[in-house]
Design a binder for this molecule. Sequence first.
Ligand SMILES: C[S@@+](CC[C@H](N)C(=O)[O-])C[C@H]1O[C@@H](n2cnc3c(N)ncnc32)[C@H](O)[C@@H]1O
Length: 331
Amino acid sequence: MNNKEIIDSIKKSTLAILKSSINQTEIEKELNNIHLHFQKLTEITGFDTKIEHLAAVPLAKGKALGLNHAAQCLLDYKRTVTFLKAVVLAIKEKKKTHPKETIHFFYAGCGPYAPFITLIAPLFTPKEIQFTLLEINKASVESAKKLINLLNLTDYFQEFYLADAVTFKVPEASKFHILFSETLDALLYRESYVPILYNLLPQFNKNVILIPENVLINMSLSNNSKSNSDFTEQKIETILDVRKAISSCKQHPIPMRLPDKKIDFSSLNMNTYKSILLDTQVHVYNDIWLKRSESSLTLPLEITLEQPFKNEAIIFTYQIEPSIELKCKLA
Ligand SMILES: C[S@@+](CC[C@H](N)C(=O)[O-])C[C@H]1O[C@@H](n2cnc3c(N)ncnc32)[C@H](O)[C@@H]1O
């Protein structure tokens, strides 16, 4: 295939993915086709064994995924399709509310394939949308730049910063309409979505569209193991709502941990439950959500309860230092 044919093939696959009628098998086929082109163009497969492609990158807070994992995100099919749809919708909405302006998109954490410019830009004109990229991994920056050049997308592209989004001060932050940062994992483990929002959000205009808009971690109790057919569960409470936590915490820099969340068991008959389930729900944009097990980002964690259960409460703490993770202890 020549370059024009590759560009056409990628666009055709993207348009197919965005159709509401597409089924899962077709989605996988189209994303695999895109991945094949991206890996040929960048020479990054996402599956090689080079140490520097495997290693996570330390940040001011947390760790960034290694290059291979960042590349493989493209093949988290439901995740990628859901985010693509959300981004297209957000751009269209911003175009409606700002009809005479070029929409400015800030992409924090683009990975080696930068799919939210390389797949999205060809659906618009450079007058309609301009992208600014930021990424901490030098090899990802080089790969994404190469791809943007080979796909003839340089007219859509303003700046590329090799920097940590946890500490970066965004030049001309008020010009941006959309802030995109898929820097998260299930239970908000290790990756830096929370400190990134803490740093970046206050810099942008208050009407900026953030994608993903929010992340919730919910707790439920179940009377059986998830693998059992008579499994039922009772939703207990949201133990972390990232946007609420960030807006109620004005301290700078970000504190070592967010305030504790205590779940009191006194009104529950804890001896009837077999396990605690912790669910990550990603509120992508408007009514678009990624729910349980739809993506690697939303895999639930099941904690078996040892019976007889004598504890009165469980206390959750989202810790930022020394490592980013949700901790819990029984009281
Ligand atoms: C989950 S991958 C997503 C890659 C790509 N945007 C996608 O959606 O397929 C997250 C990317 O963000 C980068 N990243 C994570 N934390 C970062 C930070 N604090 N500053 C800059 N880049 C970061 C990682 O290096 C990685 O390339």
